[in-house]
Ligand binder design. Structure first.
Ligand SMILES: NC(=O)C1=CN([C@@H]2O[C@H](COP(=O)(O)OP(=O)(O)OC[C@H]3O[C@@H](n4cnc5c(N)ncnc54)[C@H](OP(=O)(O)O)[C@@H]3O)[C@@H](O)[C@H]2O)C=CC1
Ligand SMILES: O=C(CO)[C@H](O)[C@H](O)COP(=O)(O)O
Length: 548
């Protein structure tokens, strides 16, 4: 048991309080203290508070408290409390324990990975008690929390005016000196953006893992050899935190066995929820975030032990690898990784754009790209280019694009545009959900319908990314084809390529799906050559009628 050195009785001297002295909370508290703030600290298990004082007390001014009442009493008014605990019910419990001692005008910040709908609910509930609430996504892991995370606060203007300077003080700085935090928008917007950040993080890591699997399978490379490849890749346009630490993870040797550590780690990827929520919400919005979805399912597959055991002796019928030019193969993997990473980020930004429309958030996507340039897990060199694309308005609205996003030899796309516009108009008239990409005359009236939306961007078609990705697409095609022939699962690479080809072509086979839906369910369809909504009496006289 640690000896506690807590002040009694408490005096209101602290600039802010942090409750939750786990990995993130303790380091964020130290980060505030290092920036000159007097920080009240508290944890449900007081020993953890004492540990911070005993091990890091000299870093700044801390006011430790065993007890929630003392913790709150040690805060200057109006009070600011950062809650950094396990997301979900525990966050509700801790917020309630704090709130009971607060007064109107005080602020609670939830820095955990909360589900954005919980944040919206919590803000409303606390507002009824006169308390302000900020849902702030925080990224950067332990190191970022201590030395500068990326922070994504969703808040009212009133709350942001108060907490903005505090968050800005401890946030990471990009190379140009800009702080990696910005006022995202209102209520759940900050946690939404953090959720999508994590979805991209899932895709990024899955793609890296697929690149590793390919080099291992095709070239029989050792983890140490691959560590060098990833280190070299980190000097290219792939430069990013995740590529950098992949090199370190692959280079690590297990002290006990002398084997590469990666070879003794159980091959089942965990997940706490943010990737799954990202995919669930994308499905509701109708935004195809296929790379993120495949990455999330790949984690699920890795952890589906009974299924993997049952499938363990299924026939592969795959060709044996025989790569003659190792360097060319590695370069193909690198290019495939770059193109697929851009697709994943592009899909994530598309989702944020769609969510902003749906949930009435005014989100500056360029600013989001900028605050992800340092501090966070998905920081990457090309975020500068993403920010520049949004700032220069080079991001093409998908539904209003003139169809010039890819191969020029496809049939004219105008018809698809007509179909989108038809359903968009009727959906807006019906005040319905404004998702993307699913023209459907009938769903104009249906629950949760989604139709073509004019403001959803296509980052992939912005000039910089169009040029760099197009250059890498042949390599991505070769890699996906080779992986299929040789029995290596590359779901995220495959999904990225399919997405690229899906948005690229001027005409999709969805027309046939519409015909089939109309056949069996009278779901109707739009035509490329005239306005209106149509139904064919397939099983009767075969005649077409205009129904809308
Ligand atoms: N780790 C990371 O890289 C990141 C984590 N996050 C998010 O930050 C939040 C905190 O994560 P992290 O610091 O890693 O987690 P830890 O597991 O290290 O800490 C969890 C904290 O929650 C407290 N807690 C647990 N149960 C209760 C309870 N019933 N009542 C009160 N407090 C409780 C713990 O106290 P005790 O130990 O005494 O039980 C501890 O202080 C989570 O929402 C997480 O998703 C966000 C970004 C990055
Ligand atoms: O938010 C984070 C990083 O940005 C956390 O590390 C989070 O736990 C990662 O998600 P998961 O545990 O599902 O992999």
């Amino acid at each position: 048991m640690t000896e506690h050195v807590f002040a009694t009785p408490p005096v209101a001297v602290a600039d802010l309080g942090v409750t939750g002295m786990g990995v993130m909370g303790s380091r964020l508290a130290r980060n505030f203290a290092r920036h000159g703030y007097t920080v009240a600290i508290h944890n449900v298990t007081p020993d953890m508070t004492a540990d911070v004082i005993n091990e890091h007390g000299e870093e700044g001014q801390f006011v430790p408290a065993d007890d929630m009442a003392d913790f709150v009493a040690s805060l200057k008014t109006p009070r600011v409390v950062l809650v950094m605990v396990v997301a979900g019910e525990i966050t509700d419990q801790v917020i309630e324990r704090v709130a009971q001692y607060l007064e109107p005008g005080d602020i609670i910040i939830d820095g955990g990975n909360a589900l954005y709908t919980d944040t919206i609910r919590r803000e409303k509930e606390l507002a009824e008690r006169g308390l302000l609430f900020v849902g702030a996504g925080v990224s950067g892991g332990a190191e970022g929390a201590l030395n500068g995370p990326s922070i994504m606060p969703g808040a009212s203007d009133e709350a942001y005016e108060r907490v903005g300077p505090l968050l800005t003080a401890i946030a990471a700085r990009a190379e140009d000196g800009e702080p990696c935090t910005t006022h995202i928008s209102t209520d759940g917007s900050g946690h939404y953006v953090k959720m999508v950040h994590n979805g991209i993080e899932y895709a990024d890591m899955q793609l890296i893992a697929e690149a590793y699997a390919l080099m291992r399978g095709a070239l029989d490379m050792t983890p140490a050899e691959m560590a060098k490849v990833f280190a070299a890749w980190n000097e290219t346009e792939l430069e990013s935190y995740l590529i950098e630490i992949t090199s370190e993870v692959l280079a690590k040797v297990d002290e006990e066995t002398g084997k590469p550590l990666v070879d003794v780690i159980v091959d089942q990827a965990g997940q706490k929820g943010t990737g799954r929520w990202t995919v669930q919400d994308a499905l509701d919005l109708g935004v195809p975030i296929t790379g993120i979805a495949e990455a999330t399912f790949a984690r699920a597959l890795s952890s589906s032990v009974p299924q993997r055991e049952a499938g363990a002796d299924l026939q592969a019928l795959a060709e044996a690898w025989d790569v003659t030019d190792r360097d060319a193969f590695i370069e193909d993997v690198r290019r495939a990784l770059y193109a697929s990473k851009v697709v994943a980020y592009s899909q994530g930004f598309d989702q944020i754009a769609a969510a902003a429309l749906e949930y009435d958030w005014n989100i500056d996507l360029g600013a989001v790209a900028k605050i992800w340039r340092a501090g966070c897990i998905i920081r990457a060199r090309f975020l500068d280019e993403i920010a520049a694309a949004y700032d220069a308005d080079h991001v093409i609205p998908a539904a209003t694009s003139d169809g010039d996003a890819g191969a020029g030899d496809e049939p004219d796309k105008d018809g698809a545009g007509t179909a989108n516009e038809a359903s968009t108009d009727s959906e807006h008239a019906a005040g319905e959900h404004s998702g993307t990409h699913t023209p459907d005359a009938e769903t104009a009236d249906a629950e949760g319908s989604s139709g073509g939306e004019t403001d959803v961007p296509l980052l992939l078609a912005a000039p910089h990314f169009r040029a760099t990705v197009e250059e890498c697409i042949p390599a991505l095609r070769r890699i996906v084809a080779q992986a299929a022939l040789h029995g290596v699962a590359v779901p995220a690479f495959g999904a990225s390529l399919a997405y690229y080809d899906g948005v690229r072509v001027n005409r999709l086979p969805a027309a046939l799906i519409q015909g089939l839906r109309d056949y069996f369910g009278s779901h109707t369809y739009a035509r490329i050559d005239k306005d209106g909504i149509f139904h064919t009496r397939w099983a009767e006289d075969g005649a077409e009628e205009k129904v809308g």
